[in-house]
Ligand binder design. Sequence first.
Ligand code: TRP
Length: 462
Amino acid sequence: MENKNIGVEREHWGSRFGFIMAAAGSAIGLGNIWRFPYLAGDNGGAAFIIVYLIAAFLIGFTVMLCEFAIGRAGQQNAIGSFKKLAAGTPWWITGAFGVLAAFLILSFYGVVAGWTMAYVWMTISGSFTGVPADQLPGIFVGFITNPIQPIIWQAIFMVLTVGIVIAGIKGGIEKWSKILMPAIVAILFILMFRGMTLEGGMAGVAFILNPDWSQITGKVILAALGQAFFSLSLGMGTMITYGSYLEKKENMPSSAATVIGLDTGIAILAGFAIFPALFAVGLEPSQGAGLVFMVLPAVFDTIPFGMFFGTIFFLLLAIAALTSAISILEVVVAYVKDEFNIPRATTSVVVGFVIFLLGVTASLSMGAWSHIVIPWPGTEGINLFDFYDNFSAKVLLPLGGLLISLFTVWVWKPENAFREITNEGKLSFAWLPAFKIMAGIIAPIVIVIVLLYGFGVFGAGI
Ligand code: TRP
């Protein structure tokens, strides 16, 4: 389809700081504070965390830089940028996978963000005050299996997401993120110190710091790789789309390193905030998706002004989820609006509504529809919520990352990628030769092996 926006000046970020904040705002979200701790808990703790760190800094950095470069050079959405850089080839399909992944990810993401908002309300209204820790799992399960309430909260969250995406990319997000991020870090520190000083809390620190290598299986490595992609918003075209709003003069390698540093720092901090408390209240680490919701209210109940801190915490988490959700929706909206010239507002509302409906199936699969099971290797079948989550993070995102890095080096060609990354040679980037090998050879091979191993193709695995 012919692109009607060519020649029209594309919207750009206000400043370098604004871009980093927006990219970090996309990366930092439920992935850090909800998904990372629960996966670490399910997959054995420290050993998972170490594999995760390697994946984030080696594979994640490489793919992020490829995405920024493709987006900024293409000056188009996730599909259009491929069409522009490799016209007449089928590589745009990489972007199309991303658009598909965006639907799946935002559907369950909106559900969890809805839980977070409900927890703001439940904390303010005193639902957790004086409640013994061992009753929190029951409260959580009771809430998420309810056929109506979680869907109402999910709807509110999706309306907010659509509203912000309609307002365009600069809007208030850049400004908010500056206040929001330090605040969330401060509360995580409070929780960390409180958790460690509770009796039995240090067992949680040991869980995070003492790796038990026997826990490492193909399944765990795939979970860690998928989490690196999920948490850094990679493999789906989010960072291509955000890169397309980037000015030519920005330093992309240092921006990528900053975003990864911030994102990883917050995930680790979240681990330190949650596991000591978990061991102190006597829960098992493998609580699955309910982990933070089952543990944190108990900690807030033991600190002065706990209701205040608890409310603020869940509120900030909901806002962090919002800055991530808009980046997921933006991938689809930027594509539809660029390619078909449909106004931003119409696209946002329609796409947001379809994603909401898909999310309703994810929410219902926790209770009323829990009998619907989808086959998944190594399990007896999983519900729709887990299917959307696993299929996107463990299949679509790694495949997207694989195609993006292969494309950069073998199709778009290193010369072009390097010219983009070094701002036409004006910027020195000492890691350039290493980057070429990483993006062209190592990252693709590692991703393929992890996928095969994770799905048990070599016998072991899942
Ligand atoms: N990274 C976000 C988080 O950790 C979620 C997210 C935003 C995302 N954009 C994405 C995940 C693109 C995968 C792909 O909460």
